[in-house]
Write a protein that binds this ligand. Structure first.
Ligand SMILES: [Zn+2]
Length: 193
């Protein structure tokens, strides 16, 4: 009989924790041929009252967007019907690596948008929601008041665009006077990411 692990002991993925005769495997564990192994890097927690064994992860898993996640990203490319967005933040967490999001023109707004460049442009910072994921490509939507462009740059001079009025959706450039349209989030310009 192999040594039984104790609460607080450090384990790595694939490390043997015990057997199912001894413990009831719970979160952070998996079972193969009656043997309980750790699924993550972390510490064992044995709940002796009900014999449950848990591995409490030391680090949370890599931060990956999921369907329903609210993400923030930079528009790095547009075509007439699509915008490609480099996701830099998921929920409250900034990413070290990045994921690519695709926003189709039909998912930009509740109202009809003819060309994606009427709603967002390369360089804009956008808040969006993940609606589906296929092969690590995240399909996004900016429908909804809190979603859309949160910071836009003037396409003539590169200056940050300012809201024309608090209630309006039009944007203008303080430097060159250029006016542009975007599908903006309700808190555009507030500095919120
Ligand atoms: Zn300008």
């Amino acid at each position: 009989m192999a040594e039984i692990k104790r609460s607080g002991q450090f384990v790595v993925p694939g490390e043997k924790i015990g057997v199912i005769e001894e413990f009831i495997p719970d979160s952070g564990t998996y079972v193969e041929n009656g043997v309980i192994y750790s699924k993550s890097v972390g510490h064992i927690l044995i709940d002796s009252s009900n014999r449950k064994v848990i591995v409490y992860p030391l680090t949370r898993g890599p931060c990956v967007p999921h369907v329903g996640s609210v993400v923030v990203g930079h528009v790095f490319s547009t075509q007439s019907a699509m915008a490609f967005i480099r996701i830099v933040k998921v929920g409250k967490r900034f990413l070290s690596g990045f994921f690519t999001g695709v926003l189709h023109v039909s998912d930009v707004d509740v109202k009809y948008v003819k060309d994606i460049s009427d709603a967002l442009k390369v360089g804009d910072l956008v808040r969006a929601k993940v609606i589906s994921e296929v092969n690590r490509t995240f399909h996004l939507t900016t429908r909804g008041d809190n979603l859309g462009v949160i910071l836009a740059l003037c396409s003539k001079c590169g200056e940050t665009l300012t809201l024309k009025s608090k209630r309006g959706k039009g944007l203008y450039c303080r430097v060159c006077g250029n006016t542009e349209t975007r599908k903006i989030a309700s808190d555009y310009g507030s500095g919120n990411l």
